[in-house]
Design a protein around this ligand. Structure first.
Ligand SMILES: *Cc1c(COP(=O)(O)O)cnc(C)c1O
Length: 394
């Protein structure tokens, strides 16, 4: 056994989160794609079966009340809240991240008020955010400027209405300074919207602590909600009365069953709702979130950094020098929960890795992405992934 594989065994034995792996349905594949689609929590199939057969099949319409379907968006929002550092009553679950980016960004421009007619968007953003920002800008009469997060402080002006930022870059795994950027945007009188897709469930976000106004995120990556599980929208309590949704559906009406002609928004987080929630996906997500019972996000972060450190160390030891280049920051305060390695033949390399039971993904044009989900990835997995990678790169 090499020194690194011996250390992996010891690290797994000392890992306080190691027992969580059995809460997931897994095989002997090294699954490093939980930053794209989280693994299946073992409690989900039984719950979905119950929701379909009993709640829908037997109780039918009664389930809106008796099975808690109607209030699920707020209830599940409150279950996500501690994972992102939010007090209850500020998160609502529903729709996709793309749709929630739209709601949040247009609402941000409306909150910022007259005279502010520019939106800044992260130039390196996940594409959907950029597309939505372009449309939101056109609809609100704003101009749109793409800047890197580092350029945001210098780009802010009295014209800036809203700034749309990613907490962790989906391609490089770079973690941005949410507290610092939020404070800077606020000081300029603008409203920041944070996309937490690659940070929620992987590291502490501290939404309340850092005074974040608006945030969105998906639930099928580190939160393991399943393919297409609904996203969430955070609106800071102090801002909820000013949240003017561009999609004011009947579910966010103060009296949804009053069937009134005129729209009057409800108060609180449910103001972010639109139409009838996708109950099957939503309740699968609720079951999936039970794996977080008793887990501290600080412990998750500690293990995540240890896993990515160890992977980088194994890669440096095993892979011929110069064959790959890491584009993930070395500094912990700038690293999310993934490692991205650049190599010219990344697409082919990833195909071969997947054939050999090491599943990451490929992002065009030349990036190998490996996501580390501390609830079910261990150090032995990490060492094996690096070893197989090195064999394929030789
Ligand atoms: C995954 C991801 C999305 C996905 O948006 P959907 O509407 O769920 O398809 C959006 N933004 C970021 C930053 C992401 O990483």
């Amino acid at each position: 056994m090499s020194g690194l594989s011996a250390r992996a065994v010891t690290s797994d034995a000392d890992d306080p989160l190691a027992g969580k792996r059995s809460a997931f349905v897994l095989d002997d594949v090294v699954y490093l794609d939980g930053n794209s689609l989280g693994a299946l929590p073992a409690g989900v199939p039984g719950r979905v079966e119950d929701v379909v057969r009993r709640q829908w099949g037997e109780l039918r319409i009664r389930s809106w009340e008796e099975s808690g379907w109607w209030t699920a968006p707020e209830r599940i929002g409150d279950r996500i809240a501690p994972l992102v550092g939010a007090a209850p009553g500020q998160i609502v679950v529903g729709d996709s991240t793309s749709v929630n980016v739209f709601k949040a960004l247009v609402a941000a421009v409306r909150i910022a008020g007259d005279g502010r007619d520019e939106i800044l968007v992260d130039a390196t953003t996940f594409p959907t955010d950029g597309y939505i920002a372009e449309s939101a800008a056109r609809m609100t009469g704003c101009s749109l400027r793409a800047v890197t997060p580092a350029e945001v402080p210098g780009a802010l002006s009295g014209r800036t209405a809203a700034v749309l930022l990613n907490h962790v870059d989906y391609r490089t795994g770079r973690l941005y300074d949410l507290p610092g950027l939020t404070a800077t945007v606020r000081a300029a009188g603008a409203v920041a919207v944070w996309d937490l897709c690659h940070s929620a469930g992987a590291l502490p976000v501290g939404l309340d602590e850092h005074g974040v106004d608006l945030a969105v995120g998906c639930t099928y990556k580190y939160l393991n909600g399943g393919p297409g599980s609904p996203a969430y929208l955070y609106v800071r309590a102090g801002l909820q009365d000013r949240f003017d949704s561009p999609l004011p559906g009947w579910n966010s009406h103060v009296e949804p069953f009053g069937m009134r002609g005129a729209y009057e928004p409800a108060s609180g987080a449910l103001r972010g709702r639109v139409g009838t929630p996708d109950i099957l996906s939503m309740l699968a997500l609720e079951a999936a979130l039970e794996v977080w019972d008793g887990v501290s996000i600080e412990a998750v972060r500690e293990k995540s950094l240890a896993l990515t450190d160890f992977f980088l160390e194994c890669v440096a030891e095993y892979v011929p020098r110069g064959r790959v280049e890491s584009v993930t920051p070395v500094a912990h305060e700038e690293r999310g929960s993934q490692v991205a390695l650049r190599c010219p033949d990344a697409g082919d390399v990833m195909k071969r890795l997947i054939e050999r039971g090491v599943v990451g993904d490929f992002r065009a044009p030349d990036v190998l992405r490996f996501g580390f989900t501390p609830l079910y990835v261990g150090f032995v997995d990490v060492e094996r992934a690096a070893r197989v990678l090195a064999e394929e790169l030789r």
